[in-house]
Design a protein around this ligand. Sequence first.
Ligand SMILES: Cc1cc2nc3c(=O)[nH]c(=O)nc-3n(C[C@H](O)[C@H](O)[C@H](O)COP(=O)(O)OP(=O)(O)OC[C@H]3O[C@@H](n4cnc5c(N)ncnc54)[C@H](O)[C@@H]3O)c2cc1C
Length: 390
Amino acid sequence: MTALFDDLLTSEQIQFRDSVRGFAERHLAAGALVRAHEPSFPFEVAKLMAKQGLLGITFPEADGGAEGSLMDAILAIEAVSSVCPRSADVVQTGNFGPIRTFAEYATPDQKARYLGPMLAGEALISVGMSEPEAGSAVTDLATSATPDGDGFRVNGTKVFSSHSPDAKLFLVYVRYGPGVDGIGSVLIERGTAGFSVGKPVRYVGGDEWCQLYFDNVLVPAGNVLLREGGFKKQIAAFNVERLGNSARSLAFGRHAFTIARKHAEIRTQFGRTLSDFQGIQWKFAEMAARMEAAQLMLYRVAGRAVDRLPDAYETALVKYLCNEAGFFAANESMQVLGALGYSEESLVEYCWRRARGWQIAGGSLEMMKNRIAEGVFERRFSQRAPKRSA
Ligand SMILES: Cc1cc2nc3c(=O)[nH]c(=O)nc-3n(C[C@H](O)[C@H](O)[C@H](O)COP(=O)(O)OP(=O)(O)OC[C@H]3O[C@@H](n4cnc5c(N)ncnc54)[C@H](O)[C@@H]3O)c2cc1C
């Protein structure tokens, strides 16, 4: 956390951030290292955070939310992460990603059925977007939804879904028809006939995902989230997730940086502290410069998304800058700690592993650069192979 940009925040936001930090210090500081190495979702932390009002921060009060701003949710991620980086997963899943898309587009009946347990920290939603043959090219997804009575039959396979080992509900991107316009989404509960979940696979970051198999799963009309033409809406809401991802990247970098800074003041070699060596000082100078620049962009873009979803071009700039700065800082901090930083004794290696993942998740660095270039040249660049003429 930094005070450099406090003048971009209201006094209420500063108070909120400080109170969340106080909460995290009281309840989450002890056990932060143990939690970082626990693959399953920390539901105990989620229940605590629910009581503290940290889930559904931006949601309307009528939906059980706090009617806060996107900036508030980002401040909560930063404050929790500065104390327990793993617990910030709870802030993220309770405010960004699929829960946010759900809150944006779900019907009152769907909200009544599913939102309560999620905002109480008792249940999780996971998003099934990526497929074995559709990663960056997500609009190539093949999971189909074909009409059956009032509802649909879903067939297909999803990969890489975060929190899939623990989730009760899945927001599944499906294809009702051809092309981008044929894409929408449905809600499928764990345990529904024909829906099976594979063995958990571990990411480098320690979190796990399972392959999701849909074999003629019947989805009633009441569980359709978005029909054909829903893709653009989903991606618009997904820009919120990308800002959450950005905040987390930066927070991982900052957490590692804080540990490394303390270490550099204490550890002596050649009769001097590490911080006395210019080679080490310059590492901190570069980490600080990159992180502050990324932080400024994050606050600027999040602050603009007050009564609308974040802009796609601006979000791509932020995600790119924060992913780069966060991983750079975690990597350099690891170097400053030497072998200790490369060991599970310190949270630096955890921050390093998680920050690396954010460079791939939620739209890779390369895809962000593709989107930025479109903004620069003010036109779309299709990534598809040109059609061959006969
Ligand atoms: C930690 C983590 C959490 C995730 N959580 C979820 C989740 O909850 N739900 C979900 O559905 N998915 C999730 N994913 C999957 C994620 O969305 C994909 O990993 C991502 O979209 C990239 O797809 P891919 O891994 O198949 O890589 P590919 O698309 O195969 O890309 C491989 C490499 O090629 C590059 N590349 C591809 N196309 C281009 C291009 N046109 N120009 C330049 N470079 C290109 C990519 O940037 C990448 O470096 C998660 C991934 C990670 C790492």
